[in-house]
Design a protein around this ligand. Structure first.
Ligand code: SAM
Length: 270
């Protein structure tokens, strides 16, 4: 990996306060969990398989990015970067993906740098995903409010980490998403990630035809999405889950306009 440039997000207030610690721990079954949310970061039936089955499939990837010079994935709840690394690996493995992938992750309770050895131990991987995880660990910023952008893979994949609560982060982000991963913890203990204020802000940041995916397909979530004009439907869930969510913002896919950068007002990689 090249030495990445790291910049502050131009549109976020220059606050430097530290965000709350999610209190990461490994439970008795070897799953990474947050003591603060009393929930696990990924499916107990397989974190990487869940990423592919729920998020990539739910957003019709890799098909949806075929032929695109620029594609933006926005994730609400970046967590440990499991979905990110799986997505980036799929992009790099896809001969039809020749442009730039912008991956924008919003996270309000970032794990700490000292948590990464535990994360790497619990999510081993000698393949491309493992290499990407190691890069994330190496470049993981302090848990302070703000935004940093770096080239995860030079000229191919740019990562923007926005550390802030979800609504403040969406208010500050000026990009447009082609695919959205809604990955908060259980909505019952973490309603902010799925409430109407968050979803309404999200709608303003979607490209025509954008896809959304979530492990949660609860009726109230689908109703909220429909009220905002997003077509939402249940699909068979991953492993022990009955359902997952697939949703689509109206429009006919990429509007053919200029391939803009994803709200990244920076000089990343220059
Ligand atoms: C299930 S985990 C996400 C796992 C992640 N997608 C991955 O691939 O590793 C949910 C994430 O949402 C974050 N989160 C919860 N509430 C939030 C909020 N109000 N604003 C921003 N992030 C939040 C949590 O800190 C946690 O990292």
């Amino acid at each position: 990996m090249s030495d990445p440039a790291s910049t502050d997000h131009a549109t976020l207030p220059a606050r430097t306060d530290e965000l709350p610690d999610p209190l990461l721990f490994l439970d008795d079954d070897g799953h990474l969990c947050s003591r603060r949310f009393n929930d696990s970061y990924a499916s107990r039936d397989g974190a990487r398989a869940q990423a592919r089955a729920v998020y990539l499939t739910g957003c019709d990837l890799p098909s949806a990015w075929a032929g695109r010079a620029h594609f933006t994935v926005l994730e609400l709840g970046f967590g440990l970067g499991i979905n990110c690394c799986e997505t980036v690996a799929a992009w790099l493995d896809d001969p039809a993906a020749t442009g730039v992938l912008d991956y924008v992750g919003i996270e309000g309770f970032p794990v700490r740098r000292q948590d990464w050895p535990l994360i790497r131990e619990a999510l081993p991987g000698a393949d491309r995903v493992g290499v990407l995880q190691a890069q994330l660990a190496m470049h993981w910023p302090d848990a302070r409010r703000g935004s940093r952008t770096l080239w995860l893979v030079p000229e191919r994949v740019r990562l923007t980490l926005i550390f802030d609560t979800v609504q403040a982060a969406l208010d500050g982000w000026t990009g447009a998403a082609d695919a959205v991963y809604l990955d908060g913890f259980n909505p019952a203990v973490n309603p902010d990630m799925f409430d109407t204020g968050t979803l309404a802000r999200l709608c303003r940041r979607l490209r025509p035809g954008a896809r959304l995916a979530s492990y949660s397909a609860a009726g109230w979530l689908r109703r909220q999405l429909r009220e905002l004009g997003i077509e939402a439907r249940r699909r068979p869930g991953f492993a022990s889950k009955w359902h997952r969510l697939e949703a689509r913002w109206p429009g006919s896919g990429h509007d053919g306009g200029a391939d803009q950068e994803a709200g990244v007002a920076d000089k990343a990689g220059q």
